[in-house]
Design a protein around this ligand. Structure first.
Ligand code: KG4
Ligand code: ZN
Length: 343
């Protein structure tokens, strides 16, 4: 007998992207993302502007997701939404929208942890990708998080290491800002790095007392001092050497990440290795992980590009697994800006 289809509407609004998706079981039918360009002028996300933009975007984005999926509102079986972590004002928009629609349509409500969703995006069904086998390691790298996780099953995420200061996405964005590039600078560093020499400049890699932890604030300071020194000698230093500087910064960051994930695999003996989160869109991280996997006989899992940065499809896949477990929430559920990975 054929399995009954579940249609999930999912909503993501934790930071500066408003997104809605429709999933049919574990398959994505639509995944609409509205990026908020307004923050570029401010060099970072302005929380008040973000929540206002979510309010403006949420209805059209949801409508478009339903239309693109070719279904009717009445077909939706459940609504999944991001509960946290994230910016309170941004989370509240998605949370209240999801609650109201679940009441109006009289369908179950499912809250989703944004960081779990980044990891579980690997379970979205795609014809050309295999899903990870448990247990697997996941290098979870985004604008707010940097963790090495051991994933035992859909609900158990053991933190083996994490950043003690800045997240890796911040390291990219803050370095980009020092170079005069607009927010978010990560994708731009990636773009210019492709044209540069990654060995042109070297930066000292920060040390941490727990060998699987990360530290990026020292790197940012080292880059700042380096740029100030060079600027004194040549005021066109940045513009004349932008590609080489970007390539060298990126290479240093990628080296730090790869050393730690290699160590985590050696310590745990786990050879299933995944990456997740916005920074996993980075081209050097993707190619280096693939090469490393081939040389170390790992099975590597690299998410489809559109499921790396914030998107609602990843919220929908967690919604699907929670729906199967009848893990529903009531309208009393609250947005939670500081949710940890196991909550
Ligand atoms: O997961 P995400 O979309 O939002 C958070 O949950 O934080 O991650 C956003 C982060 C930003 O810091 C952005 O600069 C970074 O991901 N990012 C990249 C690339 N694409 C996005 N960093 C480096 N290279 C990229 N290609
Ligand atoms: Zn994210």
């Amino acid at each position: 007998m054929q399995k009954k289809s579940i249609y999930i509407l999912s909503i993501e609004s934790s930071c500066d992207d408003t997104s809605a998706a429709i999933l049919q079981n574990d398959k994505v039918l639509s995944n609409v993302v509205a990026n908020q360009k307004i923050h570029a002028a401010y060099g970072g996300v302005v929380p008040e502007l973000a929540s206002r933009a979510h309010q403006k975007n949420i209805i059209p984005v949801v409508q478009q997701a339903i239309e693109l999926a070719g279904i009717d509102k009445k077909d939706i079986n459940t609504i999944a939404f991001t509960r946290g972590p994230g910016l309170m004002g941004s989370l509240l928009v998605g949370t209240s929208f999801a609650k109201s629609l679940s009441l109006a349509l009289n369908i179950p409500l499912i809250s989703v942890n944004h960081m779990q969703a980044h990891v579980l995006a690997h379970f979205i069904k795609e014809i050309d990708l295999t899903i990870p086998e448990f247990p697997f390691l996941c290098l979870t790298i985004s604008g707010g998080h940097t963790q090495i996780l051991k994933i035992k099953n859909y609900n158990t995420f053991e933190i083996l290491g994490e950043t003690i200061d800045d997240a890796v996405g911040e390291a990219f964005d803050k370095s980009a800002k020092l170079l005069g590039l607009p927010y978010p600078g990560g994708p731009l560093i990636d773009k210019y790095a492709k044209l540069g020499n990654k060995l042109a400049y070297t930066f000292t890699e920060p040390k941490t007392s727990n060998i699987l932890d990360f530290s990026f604030s020292g790197l940012k300071t080292a880059i700042l001092y380096f740029l100030q020194r060079e600027h004194k000698k040549d005021e066109n230093f940045i513009s004349d050497n932008l590609n080489d500087i970007c390539a060298s910064i990126q290479h240093t960051i990628v080296n730090i990440l790869m050393k730690k994930i290699k160590l985590a695999s050696k310590i745990t003996g786990i050879k299933n290795v995944a990456i997740a989160g916005g920074v996993s869109a980075n081209s050097e991280i993707r190619s280096t992980l693939k090469e490393l996997g081939e040389s170390l006989d790992w099975k590597t899992f690299i998410p489809k590009f559109e499921y790396t940065t914030d998107n609602a499809a990843m919220i929908g896949i967690v919604g699907y697994y929670k729906y199967l477990n009848k893990d529903f929430d009531t309208e009393n559920i609250l947005a939670s800006p500081r949710l940890d990975i196991n909550s």
